[in-house]
Design a protein around this ligand. Structure first.
Ligand SMILES: Cc1cc2nc3c(=O)[nH]c(=O)nc-3n(C[C@H](O)[C@H](O)[C@H](O)COP(=O)(O)O)c2cc1C
Length: 226
């Protein structure tokens, strides 16, 4: 059993998304202690932002006319998709930045989508694969709050993972991670503590589901190859 984990936080120390994803990973490892866990840190080791254009245009260029940059870009996209295809379960940890999707995660998704196995509108190679999306936000965006509707990242990420890539996704959302950092939010300390507790409980529960769902999936695949 293999787990592939992608982290998009731009920091390592004090990262809430990493800490919550660690809980998911911990539950996974408890069920699959021998498993291999692949990591990619796109927030601290970013993919080059110009590679996507090369990969995208390579698709419209006859093979013999492709530039070295296009060939390399397609190679990188294929390597990213290999990581996803070879894993039995996927874990994505992506914070909210500037009310939108992390640029690193957008670059990652764009590049993955250039690979023929994951082309939009096709039949993605990941259909039904279990996944957990952990997303964290410094503020709060719930119904009736002043910033309701300002989180433009989570709906997009869910659209990609659930509908375009057709993964079987469970989502953990943690809000108010800037409480305790930004004094203007001090009045929300109790609420933030409760939200943190709830997010951790959800992460553990989703981690257990990820581990058991993957075992069932692998069993079904094994039977299919017998
Ligand atoms: C440059 C930057 C922009 C951010 N923009 C937002 C934002 O638009 N909305 C928000 O709620 N939080 C925002 N945050 C706060 C992060 O979402 C929050 O700190 C989160 O916990 C970061 O993830 P991490 O703890 O895993 O590093 C921003 C943080 C940084 C560093």
């Amino acid at each position: 059993m293999n787990l592939f984990r992608l982290d998009a936080s731009i920091r390592t120390e004090g990262s809430h998304s990493r800490q919550i994803a660690d809980l998911v990973e911990h539950e996974w490892t408890a069920v699959h202690p021998e498993s291999r866990i692949g990591h990619r840190h796109i927030g601290t080791e970013p993919l080059p932002s110009d590679v996507w254009a090369s990969a995208a245009y390579a698709g419209f260029t006859p093979e013999e006319k492709r530039t070295q940059a296009q060939i390399d870009a397609l190679g990188l996209a294929a390597a990213l998709v290999d990581e996803l295809v070879e894993a039995d379960a996927l874990l994505f940890a992506v914070p909210l930045y500037n009310f939108g999707v992390s640029q690193h995660f957008k670059t990652y998704v764009d590049l993955v989508t250039t690979d023929p196995r994951m082309a939009a509108g096709g039949s993605p190679a990941l259909i039904g694969k279990p996944a957990v999306l952990v997303t964290v936000r410094g503020g709060a965006y719930g119904s009736g709050t002043p910033r309701e509707g300002w989180d433009h990242a989570t709906p997009w990420m869910r659209r990609i993972l659930e509908d375009v890539w057709q993964l079987d996704v469970r989502t953990v959302e943690a809000e108010f991670t800037l409480v305790g950092v930004n004094p203007a939010l001090d009045e929300f300390r109790d609420l933030a503590a409760q939200m943190q507790k709830d997010a951790e409980a959800t992460a553990r529960s989703h981690g257990r589901a990820l581990a058991s769902h993957s075992s069932i999936g692998a069993e079904v695949r094994d039977q299919g190859t017998r």
